[in-house]
Write a protein that binds this ligand. Sequence first.
Ligand code: NAD
Ligand code: MG
Length: 341
Amino acid sequence: MSTASKPKIAILGYGSQGRAHALNLRDSGFDVTVGLRPGGPTEIKAKADGFAPKTPAEAVRGAELVAVLTPDMVQPQLYGETIEPNIAPGACLLFAHGFNVHYGQIAPREDLDVVLVAPKGPGALVRREYEIGRGVPSVYAVHQDKSGRAEEFALTYCAGIGGARQNAIRTTFKEETETDLFGEQAVLCGGATKLVQAGWETLVEAGYQPEVAYYECLHELKLIVDLFYEGGITRMHEFISETAQYGALTRGTYVIDDDARAQMKKILAEIQDGTFARQWIAEYAAGNANYKALKQADLEHPIEAVGKKLRANMKWLSTAPQAPAKSAAAKSARKPQPEAA
Ligand code: NAD
Ligand code: MG
């Protein structure tokens, strides 16, 4: 690694995180090269944003810091075939999620610095917050410190994407991997979607209008989450009625009861002992049949058709910033829109 205070950066992948990191780092004055498979699905986007994408191998060769922002499941092969043979001696290898290093799918070459910078939010938000002069909080970690400056590189990158404007917290690859997987499975993505679907089904099965159930169980969640985001559960209590508070305080534990807590512990145990990682790696290797079927069931859940119809009349949604197609989480994290509450 050179002594440059702003290392030359290669960004591999131009999806949710890759695009946001590349644009933010460029705007922060870094020399950024985007590495993509020629003809790949995001090449057009990178070109439209003013980058001249190189092949991943070329981008890696010219870089002092290589950020691996492709899907987790393609990273081991990409590392073995493209990164390790081309990365400069002593360069810095950066991940946005600790999965492959923590679960032993990638064993980085010994001469490299190996760091993690994980923004705690989807890429669309990482970009939007940067543009309005704010940031998404990030965590960072050092796995391998050959140069003695690995932490400095992580913090420099963190500042470049905007995450160090907020509290950058030092973590470990193990802690980031395990907490990130737990959060997305039990609370943010898995827990939240199944809570919404089950609540909606309960009302509809009891004969209530699907549209009214949609507003109650899905649409209004945004109002609550915005209050959490701004001021925690305290702020929610400041804004909801006494009746809502009393109901929440006495009935929330009907849903999140001891059984639900035991299931959360099971989720965490399967992350910690590697069961989840092995299962996901095997699923991916076998062609994702189960993953695709489960996802299709979510996409075809009747609440989706009801929501599509109702949202067609929410004119403000069509002017809101567009999240990448797959990043549903980004949509719920849009800037507060009073009309929608
Ligand atoms: P993504 O699926 O949105 O984008 C992946 C990009 O990699 C695309 O440009 C795709 O064309 C490219 N790509 C796919 N296969 C490739 C290959 N074989 N060679 C080269 N390029 C290839 O990915 P993402 O969701 O941004 O995830 C990237 C990393 O960021 C992952 O490690 C993920 O865990 C982490 N992360 C994601 C989020 C999020 O909100 N999406 C948040 C924090 C961390
Ligand atoms: Mg994650």
